[in-house]
Design a protein around this ligand. Sequence first.
Ligand SMILES: Nc1ncnc2c1ncn2[C@@H]1O[C@H](COP(=O)(O)OP(=O)(O)OP(=O)(O)O)[C@@H](O)[C@H]1O
Ligand SMILES: [Mg+2]
Length: 675
Amino acid sequence: MSALGEERRVVSVLFSDLVGFTTRAENLDPEDVRAVLDRYYACARDAITSFGGQVEKYIGDAVMGVFGAPTAHGDDPERAVRAGLEIRDALAATNAADARHDLRVRVAVNTGEAIVELGARTWAGEAMVAGDVVNTASRLQSMAPENSVVVGPETYQATRLTIAYRPLQELHLKGKRTPTAAWLAVGAALPPGERLLTAVPVVGRRTELAALAERLEHVLTRRHAHLVTVFGQPGVGKTRLAAEFARTITGIGGRTLRGRSLPYGGTGAYGAFCQQIQQAAGILGGDAPADVVVKLTSATTSLLGPEEAEGVVACLSVFLDLGPGGDVPARHELFHAARRFVEGVADEHPTVLVFEDLQWADPSLLDLVEHLASRIRESPLMVVGLARPDFLSVRPHWGARLPAYTALPLEPLNTEEARELAGLLLSRRAGGDPCPEPGEATAAQLAATADGNPLFIEELVASLVERVTTLSAGLPTTVRGIVAARLDALPADERAALLHAAVVGKVFWSGALARLAPQPERVEEILDLLEWRDMVRREPRSSIPGTQQFRFKHMLIRDVAYATLPRATRREGHAAVAAYLEETGASSEFPAAAAHHWAEAGESAKAVEYLLAAAAQAERGWAKEEAVRYYHQALALVPAEAVATRRGIRLKCAVAEQMAFHLPDAELLRPRPGE
Ligand SMILES: Nc1ncnc2c1ncn2[C@@H]1O[C@H](COP(=O)(O)OP(=O)(O)OP(=O)(O)O)[C@@H](O)[C@H]1O
Ligand SMILES: [Mg+2]
């Protein structure tokens, strides 16, 4: 199989163009033109890169940015729209600061699948992404109102909860037969990385809530700080679990102070702790600095007394960046003040500090969290950290030096819970919008597709209801983006192995993978690492002797990995797998599998041969309906000119159909043991 130079990826493309600049440029001195353009380019470039995008190219006055390639972040459409809004606002600020400037832009963001050249040297003018998504983004941009950001349907769908939009009239874009739906992005509806939790009752999680409650009990009786870190994949329900736990705390007269670290556009290293100080002191977002100082002083004085308060407030002011207040204290002084403040808060009411999204936290904040958890010995304080599993790769020894530490893994919902959540969400949605596929079967299918991840279940329900599509129409962009980010976070050789394994199928063999991988001798070692990462599972028995059998732990990973491969690579891969099955003799035992791989490799004749073998095998086992299915699949592959072959297959199919129809009667006639 060829090297993975090209991939199919879901990308968000941003186009930003100056309005009427070309006409204005005619009357300007060239140096002035350059100065204006430089300012605009710098502004666009900074916005794109600060949200994790990449500048693909400059076309005239237009700038094209790409989000989601070469690396996906999991929320690339949102990042792209935020970058667009940033360009709009930054230029407005430039204009306001200097009356000679009247820079106006049109910005558009469009999301969709593109073919991505991974090795492209964009700085040398090589294109990294190509596809309709790029052309549509450019056309949308040309139709955008001045100083505004317009987005296409996929971008809207993926960001509808985090960005505030106004619908626009459908646009008739050049080269498109049907009109394109478009929305005007007004502004951010939520802070970065935040999401609204749904109102449906929490499903499952009794064990995890009980574990947290037990730790809390311990904290209350021993008056000893305890750190619990909840680990789980994006969307699995860490924030929701913490929100449910907060209710328990309120129920016992305690309080929860919540702080979040941000994926981009941070508010200083200690941002999450600052939010907690603000909540404890009743400081609001819009308070003037003088009011903040008053509130902070009054809260600290009432907690620690006037004598100690002065020094603590001076340090907390540094955390809150309240301006110069003499010499900057040393770090241990800052940490000590933080500890004293938290002790004061916890002595007043049992307190839980929730630190969300530790995977994005600055190392200094992580040090502070460990400091608080290790030093507070006589106050009822519980510290709850929420983190995605990749956090451990930045901080492998997290919690190791603490006297009281618990790691709480949050697994996906089990099948029943997932089905229950899907059912709840479907019935809630069905009350408002029309749901094309209501019912138990849909809930079960949704739950299975989502691999038990509540966020994925929500997104699948939303795409089913809002877009009135079917489940088979493909994964929602949000889900594919999050799974793609998980794949992109893997070391290159492990990621490549997963992509290759995806061609073999949900179940695959190390021997087959060795045929596809560039370094066959490393396959076993890489599979071992992937098993350790909980991506694949080694099965106790292999259906092909002499080789290890594996299974993808999550079907979504296999599906997204497969969707990433370009068609030609898939074809080559399927041919190699089919050849492997033949060489090992597995094709005679599993003819349907061999047929599938030959068909996907574009080798119809071979596929038909194996489909007929599969049908014969099924008939021998009296699985007549299955046999009929194989005959139909074979007929779909035999060309119309091959009249005799088609007739032969149709005849066999008709006989099998008859047998299937009479199967219940035949069953009755079959002698039973002892008769
Ligand atoms: N047990 C549950 N029952 C019902 N809904 C749930 C449950 N767990 C999570 N959800 C819902 O699923 C969505 C995603 O959950 P949440 O935001 O808590 O995930 P997360 O693990 O914090 O993800 P991230 O890593 O992105 O922060 C939310 O809308 C939440 O309300
Ligand atoms: Mg969360």
